[in-house]
Design a protein. Structure first.
Length: 173
């Protein structure tokens, strides 16, 4: 019998980076696997480059917000947000950050998603690159790279460029 899935992930960035887009894609992947999903977000001064924070809970939870010290992982679309939002993480949680985060930790992975997005000719695609990297790096996530690929392929029919962009980060370390 399969183990029940209970995962809490914080997704952090600034306005315009696609925090809410990534949250929706992951939530859709969970729904397709018949998993219970909660999402919640705060926008702050997002329209002026302020912080956007999203909570994603997959599994048997009663509320959408993640409490301090309870998150299994953090996706940071901006490296500076690692320090800003690490208080959400439980011990031994993972973090995936855009660019090299200054902090060093056992379960911290980083990729230059901004640089890869620029090279792809689509500078706004750093969010997809970071997501692809996380899906390949983090074991035991509630969804796989292929699950997310399927969501993107269906939602953006005929736009193979989005899938190519997400694939850019797969072989990066």
């Amino acid at each position: 019998m399969n183990q029940p899935v209970n995962q809490q992930i914080v997704i952090s960035g600034v306005g315009g980076q696609g925090v809410l887009f990534i949250t929706r894609i992951l939530a859709e992947a969970a729904i397709r696997k018949n998993l219970k999903v909660f999402t919640s977000e705060t926008h702050g001064m997002a329209q002026r480059g302020g912080t956007v924070l999203s909570h994603l809970k997959v599994g048997e939870f009663d509320s959408p917000l993640i409490r301090m010290g309870q998150a299994d992982g953090l996706l940071a679309l901006k490296a500076e947000n690692v320090r800003q939002h690490s208080y959400f993480l439980k011990s031994k949680a993972w973090t995936v950050a855009n660019r090299t985060a200054r902090e060093s930790a056992e379960n911290l992975f980083s990729v230059d998603a901004d640089g890869l997005a620029e090279k792809s000719g689509n500078p706004k695609s750093a969010n997809l690159i970071l997501l692809g990297f996380a899906l390949k790096k983090i074991p035991n996530l509630f969804c796989t790279f292929d699950d997310v690929k399927d969501v993107i392929a269906e939602k953006f029919q005929g736009n193979g460029k989005m899938l190519e962009i997400m694939q850019l980060s797969v072989n990066r370390d």
